[in-house]
Design a protein around this ligand. Structure first.
Ligand SMILES: [Fe+2]
Length: 229
């Protein structure tokens, strides 16, 4: 496939999904930043992820990032920015590392819950499947690279599906709260590999958790829409 054909494919991916699903619920208002509602019931990801893990992850960890962020930005220039703008601006300033960490984690989890929203196809379809074939040699290749990238994240972090400078889909591991959006790149699919995402259900078996999530919990229609966005 030529690069232009691939770009057309990727550019067109959202069109097939946009009619079927709602836009991602990513907060865009200025402070106070509001945690979006969980777009499904806590039990809806069982048995891949337990209701207890989802409840703690959303209700304690994700909520905590919003609470800390709102405290940290009071009286600062960040108060008037969107959440995405806070992430991008604070990423460049070492003195604002706490603001970046909490803003990025708030945003990362908005994406995470949206991509795990039940009801979509459990395998990539149509032009998304073709783009994955082009970039990873198919779904099995994508899954293998997700697992390898996850294994390469030391300690806490994320696996993100993004695009390289030629528009080709690529996977990258990011430490802690970091994500491609902070550097101006598409953050299409984020897989949380912090222990709080899986330890209650899988103990230290991160790879087992990530494999189950890729096989059973990702809404590939949301992923297709996010490629367009
Ligand atoms: Fe998390």
């Amino acid at each position: 496939m030529t690069a232009s054909r691939r770009e057309i494919l990727i550019a067109g991916l959202g069109a097939m999904a946009v009619a079927a699903i709602a836009r991602p619920t990513v907060a865009r208002a200025a402070a106070p930043f509001v945690q979006p509602p969980l777009p499904f019931a806590e039990k809806d990801l069982e048995p891949t992820i337990s209701a207890r893990t989802v409840g703690l992850h959303y209700g304690k960890h994700h909520k905590g990032y919003f609470d800390k962020l709102n405290d940290l930005v009071k009286g600062s220039e960040y108060e008037t920015m969107s959440l995405e703008e806070v992430v991008r601006a604070s990423a460049k300033r070492e003195k604002d590392r706490k603001i970046f960490n909490n803003a990025a984690q708030a945003w990362n989890h908005n994406v995470y819950w949206d991509v795990l929203k039940p009801g979509g196809p459990q395998k990539p379809e149509g032009v998304l499947a073709e783009a994955i074939e082009e970039s990873f040699g198919g779904f099995d290749g994508l899954k293998a690279q997700i697992l390898a990238t996850s294994d390469g994240v030391f300690g806490t972090g994320w696996v993100w599906l993004t695009k390289d400078s030629n528009g080709k889909l690529v996977l990258r591991g990011y430490q802690d709260a970091d994500n491609p959006m902070a550097g101006g790149k598409p953050a299409i699919l984020g897989i949380d590999v912090w222990e709080h995402a899986y330890y209650l259900d899988y103990e230290n078996r991160r790879a087992q958790h990530v494999a189950a999530l890729v096989d059973k919990a990702i809404n590939w229609a949301v992923v297709a829409e996010r490629i367009k966005a």
